[in-house]
Design a protein around this ligand. Structure first.
Ligand SMILES: Cc1cc2nc3c(=O)[nH]c(=O)nc-3n(C[C@H](O)[C@H](O)[C@H](O)COP(=O)(O)O)c2cc1C
Length: 184
């Protein structure tokens, strides 16, 4: 079985998980922008990881726009966001957004995991900084009880640097890929 880990990572958090997973599985690691969709046909297990941005997974179109190429493959998707994935409310929100973009054709062979990244406001680009400032401004206007857990976390960490990456939390992804006899 041939396995590949593909990722898109704006600030490096997803990349750290993707690199560790590929290292554990001793398989190929590629940044999404270097991958041509047709190349996925050469692999039996495709692991895709992307950072969460406004509820969407960065670069996920590689998976969602090519169902014909990957419908018979084992696809593992992982998200990497600031919101705590141990909170079921956060998972529900991410999954609701994913449902809107994942074609039914690939659902049957798709396994999804959620990992926690981080944020460093001093490194954000202008657009991301402005988006976060606007979001924070909107959140502050709401009653605290009306905020989702991820919004409260965003307000708590606004302007700071936080890093929740713990590569060991990606172990279930490695175990899942090994179930497919990958990279023996
Ligand atoms: C503009 C913006 C929007 C974001 N939206 C979300 C979000 O909807 N949910 C979440 O959990 N984290 C969100 N985050 C946090 C990122 O997902 C987090 O920084 C992640 O670790 C980035 O991973 P990357 O560096 O691999 O791209 C957002 C960050 C920015 C800058």
């Amino acid at each position: 079985m041939k396995c590949i880990v593909i990722y898109e990572s704006k600030y490096g958090y997803t990349k750290r998980y993707a690199s560790w997973i590929a290292q554990q599985l001793e398989c190929e690691l590629r940044e999404k922008k270097t991958v041509k969709a047709e190349e996925m046909a050469c692999f039996d297990v495709i692991i895709y990881g992307g950072g969460l941005y406004a509820g969407g997974v960065s670069g996920i179109s590689l998976i969602t726009k090519n169902p014909a190429l990957i419908s018979e493959k084992n696809v593992i998707l992982f998200t990497c966001g600031l919101a705590d994935p141990s909170d079921p409310e956060n998972i529900e929100h991410i999954r609701t957004e994913l449902k809107k973009v994942i074609p039914s054709k690939i659902e049957k062979n798709l396994t999804i995991f959620h990992l926690r990244g981080g944020i460093d406001y001093s490194r954000l680009g202008f657009v991301h900084k402005s988006m976060m400032a606007m979001l924070c401004h909107m959140m502050k206007k709401k009653e605290i009880d009306d905020l989702r857990a991820e919004d409260r976390e965003m307000l708590r960490t606004y302007g700071k640097e936080v890093d929740f990456v713990d590569v060991k939390t990606a172990q279930p992804i490695v175990d899942c890929a090994r179930q497919f006899d990958c990279c023996l």
